[in-house]
Write a protein that binds this ligand. Sequence first.
Ligand SMILES: [Mn+2]
Length: 301
Amino acid sequence: MTSSITFAIGDIHGCLEQLQRLVAACEARAGGRATRFVFLGDYVDRGPDSRGVIDYLLERRQARPEAVVCLRGNHEQLALDAHIDARAMPVWLRNNGASTQENYPEHDGCISPLHLGWLSTLPFCHDDGLRFFVHAGVDLDVPLKAQRPEVMLWMREPFLTDSDRIDCGRFIVHGHTPQANGVPDLRKHRVNLDTAAVMQSLASFVSAGNSLVILRGNHDIDWHWRSVQRAFRVALAQLAPIAAAQIVFAPWFYYEEGRIYIEHGHQYDAYCSCDHVLYPVCPGDSRRTSRSLSGIQTGWP
Ligand SMILES: [Mn+2]
């Protein structure tokens, strides 16, 4: 009997096309061996098709429950909390929940009951006897069996540093902390599989010689802050070679051929619910694309 092969997949964030390509590549790599898949959470928010990702995972899990594990990420928890208690809604929206709401227009932005029910069943960790799979990390001072949910969903430091010298008895497979260089971070006792798929397309687009001009809408207060602008440039430049001048924060509205313009980075209500890559033309003009910003970000090339 040939042994099965396990694939772990990190933060998907609504990137259905990339997910489907990756799973196909895994299956090709398995070359006929039995496969097991562990998805490490953060299926929703940021990317264009959170709903499609949930559908895809739910179906795979139903078809092969013994061979598919879907863990819970902090973004699933934020979404669940927001649906249980309206006071938790602003936190979800600050973490890009609006991109998920856009996928459920007929439910007024609420995740469908079927999907919400499925998300609420997702476990926080999975131990296969060799590896401990978890979204973010663990508290290395606490036995693996006694980890708290908030830790497993949100942990960064001191786990990321201390795991280099502390062996907790299992190899830890996790995501949650985006890898600036876009490749997994393999260490002695852990591997981080969050390769920032959702930002990689935008970074590749800009590094190919294009410019990104960010026009701040009335909801985009934070884009006016120099520290936020600097952090955005640094984050993108970590994913691909990008000169600072290729990212421009424009005060208002102008147009130049060959540049991408982004209008309304935030989406809080029905009126502002679509962000557009913009020609400076009125809504309804055929030159204005209706593709969402997140669709552009993850769909190039
Ligand atoms: Mn996360």
